[in-house]
Design a binder for this molecule. Structure first.
Ligand code: SF4
Ligand code: SF4
Length: 336
């Protein structure tokens, strides 16, 4: 393969390019949702209601997920959220927390902040003392466990009723509205600065979803393996790992913080030393790992879309009534 084609392939499958692609799509979907609300408010032309913004309401859709698992049936009202949860679970289970590493739009913002911080601080984010890092990570798992058991205990009928609440149907718009709140802007700015200094603080110490996906990722059949006899102990893998994993000492990276970003595999200079592998020792090139994550994600979305499991069955006119019924009381950043 010509060198320029290899370069192009590597750029297109690099983590930040893939991540920014998903983030750009998500922001586009948000803008379409705001245009839909403008239409519903009689303030603009008709726009098809996008479903992907459902990703903003993970806890609500996890309620649907547990209801589905317990036999409460598929959510036909807002199924996109359920599809996104299933896709995130499958991706994280197969590709080491792959949702966090490659897709999550919020994670992309914090990763970008961390990257900017590394550039400004000579290549490294600051590291908290080990004990404090441990306290932070334990806190994340505690929150995750509490929410997990709470959602698991919600009675089936209540979970099914929950998704039928008109409040839930416009919760995505309400969430977007809250982004304009000065308190939110302040917290966001603070999290951005902290991420520049210490890496993605939200993902590492607070996000309960990330904690669930971390636990799933431990069981991932695809992982990063190191062959000690080929290692020249150059520290490059440890230096680049944004999750602070001690790759240089691992045989098989099982750390829950690893999100399969492939950065360590890409920088390792030693022949056949650090490699991503599938069961049976099958080697996965970093670009192929990225491609598989993207294809899996889009494949689940495509399957849901073409089998009628993605789009809402709530008619536009019903959304219009809910939007104009006082459910949305504050003005949104879109100006409606
Ligand atoms: S980058 Fe490769 S050679 Fe260097 S320490 Fe890590 S595993 Fe060993
Ligand atoms: S650099 Fe390697 S060990 Fe660290 S998160 Fe990425 S894939 Fe995992």
């Amino acid at each position: 393969m010509p060198g320029w084609l290899i370069k192009l392939r590597d750029v297109l499958t690099s983590r930040m390019v893939v991540r920014w692609g998903f983030l750009a799509f998500f922001l586009f979907a948000v803008s379409r949702l705001l245009a839909f609300v403008r239409w519903a408010s009689g303030d603009g032309p008709y726009v098809h209601r996008p479903e992907a913004v459902a990703g903003l309401l993970p806890v609500g859709h996890f309620t649907s997920f547990f209801a589905w698992i317990k036999g409460g049936g598929w959510d036909t009202l807002l199924p996109a959220g359920l599809v996104i949860i299933i896709a995130a679970v499958v991706t994280s289970l197969l590709f080491k927390r792959g949702f966090c590493g490659w897709i999550c739009p919020l994670g992309t913002v914090w990763e970008s902040a961390a990257l900017a911080g590394r550039k400004l601080m000579g290549g490294h984010n600051l590291r908290l003392p080990r004990w404090l890092d441990l306290v932070g990570r334990s806190f994340r798992y505690l929150i995750a466990a509490a929410i997990f058991f709470f959602l698991l205990m919600v009675p089936l009928q209540e979970a099914v009723n929950f998704r039928q609440l008109p409040y839930m149907w416009v919760a995505d718009v309400k969430t977007i509205q809250s982004f304009a709140n000065p308190v939110f802007i302040l917290i966001f700015a603070l999290a951005f600065v902290l991420s520049m200094l210490f890496g993605p603080v939200w993902c590492r110490w607070l996000c309960p979803l990330g904690a669930w996906y971390s636990v799933l990722g431990i069981a991932s059949p695809c992982t990063v393996r190191r062959t000690e006899s080929n290692c020249i102990h150059c520290h490059r893998c440890n230096d680049i790992c944004h999750a602070f994993v001690d790759v240089e000492k691992a045989v098989s990276v099982r750390a829950p913080e690893c999100d399969g970003c492939m950065d360590c595999v890409r920088v390792c200079p030693a022949e056949e030393c650090l490699e991503a592998t599938a069961p049976g020792g099958i080697r996965i090139a970093p670009w192929a790992w990225a491609l598989m994550v993207v294809v899996l994600w889009l494949g689940i979305f495509g399957f849901a879309k073409f089998t009628g499991r993605w789009d809402t069955t709530i008619p536009d006119e019903v959304f219009k009534q809910v939007i104009n019924s006082g459910q949305l009381q504050e003005k949104t950043p879109g100006g409606f």
